[in-house]
Design a protein around this ligand. Structure first.
Ligand code: HEC
Length: 214
């Protein structure tokens, strides 16, 4: 369906508003509930999307959003849509700006859904979290991408050999712990350090796991 044909508009602060050319509000029911005719994607109950609604919103913006992250030329930001998605639907992450997020991982991240105490990711494993925001008015914004990449053992003892990157939805780098503006992403590991038991990875809230795990 091209009901969700969208036009992307870059705004100040590196945020994008995703204007959705929806046509479903009149006959709003079921899965199509909440899609407006005003030129914006309108959500009737912002902040409280059901998993099905969150998936529907994400399906409508995912291609455009991925295109913008890819402008960064960061390999993970280009490749992640082909990777495994570990969550069943976008969920609100208070720790990442109260945005709806997804978690993707490359092939080397395969142990992510089976982590037990003492687990360590192999070098080259990459986890990517992309995100979008729904405002109180029900507008949908593409938001930042969060990346964790496991470096070769011993490369960066201070962060458990993790590289942290934050990419804005216009493709610009907010910060790269191994490159420019490293200080801007220093707070990432300050918080992730809390879960040293499983290699500084937290995993996904139970209700949103695509595969059962602990
Ligand atoms: C205040 C704590 C906190 C901060 C700050 C934080 N995170 Fe997270 N992060 C979490 C939690 C909790 C999860 C798992 C639950 C979720 O997805 O919300 C997570 C999950 C992730 C994941 C998926 C891997 C995992 O741990 O399960 C990535 C990738 C990630 N964060 C990257 C980042 C980056 C990059 C930054 C900094 C720009 C950052 N995070 C800042 C707490 C934090």
């Amino acid at each position: 369906m091209d009901r969700l044909k969208s036009v992307l508009q870059a705004l100040a602060l590196g945020v994008l508003v995703l204007h959705i050319d929806g046509a479903a509000r009149a006959q709003s029911s079921g899965a199509e509930r909440g899609l407006g005719t005003t030129g914006h994607l309108m959500i009737e109950t912002p902040g409280a999307l059901t998993p099905a609604e969150a998936n529907e919103v994400y399906d409508g913006i995912a291609d455009d959003l991925a295109g913008f992250y890819a402008m960064s030329r960061e390999p993970a930001a280009i490749a992640f849509r082909k990777w495994r998605r570990y969550n069943s639907a976008p969920y609100l992450s208070a720790t990442h700006g109260n945005r709806y997020v997804n978690n993707y991982g490359n092939r080397l991240s395969a142990g992510y859904d089976r982590m037990t105490s003492g687990f360590r990711m192999p070098a080259g494993a990459v986890l990517v979290k992309n995100s979008f925001t729904v405002t109180a008015d029900g507008e949908v914004f593409g938001a930042a991408m969060f990346i964790m990449e496991k470096l070769p053992a011993g490369r960066r003892p201070g962060t458990g050999d993790w590289r942290y990157v934050m990419i804005m939805p216009d493709g610009s780098y907010e910060g790269d712990s191994e490159g420019d503006n490293a200080a801007a992403v220093g707070y990432c590991h300050d918080c992730h350090a809390a879960d040293a038991r499983t290699d500084f990875l937290f995993y996904i809230p139970k209700a949103y796991r695509a595969v059962a795990g602990d």
